[in-house]
Design a protein around this ligand. Structure first.
Ligand SMILES: [Ca+2]
Ligand SMILES: [Ca+2]
Length: 189
């Protein structure tokens, strides 16, 4: 019985460790270091405000990244909309030498939206196979450049922060191992 519990604890620990391991590394994904690590399209209007990137339509930033299957790309975003008749939108693309790996529009602003921030949002994308390429965030003005511009705010680009339940599970796995190790020592005396 003890052995079964010990094995279960170990399995839980191993599963948790495997779950947190990730190859996805983004340089300066939190924009704490300005735009260091990101390539900014020369025509873009991009600034860093409160350690987050703000892209005025039409702008883009990109960086070369590596990933493995199952890696999750997570980022926080917000959108300041100014629209009467058009529908500004934000998207990310992932391109490599053989073409487009992914192109995801994660927000389209509604028409006749009063000028305001949408509110903080999170988006997550799971890679289905190993690869590398350019991750690019784009803020698009649906009608005319420099007319009713919107702003895409991006921050915390990288692997998702582990959920508290995962940390708890990880903790209980460790505690379980410590308990049985101590128990074993006692039994030997
Ligand atoms: Ca930040
Ligand atoms: Ca617009």
């Amino acid at each position: 019985m003890k052995k079964v519990v010990a094995i279960l604890c170990t399995m839980m620990l191993v599963t948790t460790l495997a779950g947190t391991a990730s190859a996805l590394i983004i340089v300066n994904g939190g924009f704490d270091d300005g735009l260091n690590g990101w390539n900014v399209d020369p025509a873009s209007k991009v600034s860093v405000v409160d350690e987050a990137a703000e892209l005025i339509t039409t702008s883009s930033i990109e960086q070369h990244i590596f990933w493995t299957a199952g890696d999750v790309l997570s980022f926080d975003w917000d959108f300041w909309v100014q629209n009467s008749i058009d529908r500004d939108y934000s998207l990310f693309t992932i391109n490599n030498s053989s073409g487009t790996v992914a192109e995801v529009t994660f927000h389209v602003a509604a028409q006749n939206t009063p000028a305001s921030w949408l509110g903080p949002q999170n988006y997550q994308y799971t890679f289905t196979e190993d690869g590398n390429g350019y991750l690019k965030f784009v803020a698009v003005n649906a009608l005319y450049p420099n007319w009713q511009n919107s702003i895409l705010r991006v921050d915390n680009v990288g692997s998702p922060v582990p959920e508290p339940s995962t940390i708890l599970l990880f903790g209980s796995g460790l505690a379980g191992l410590a308990f049985f190790r101590r128990k074993k020592k006692k039994d030997l005396r």
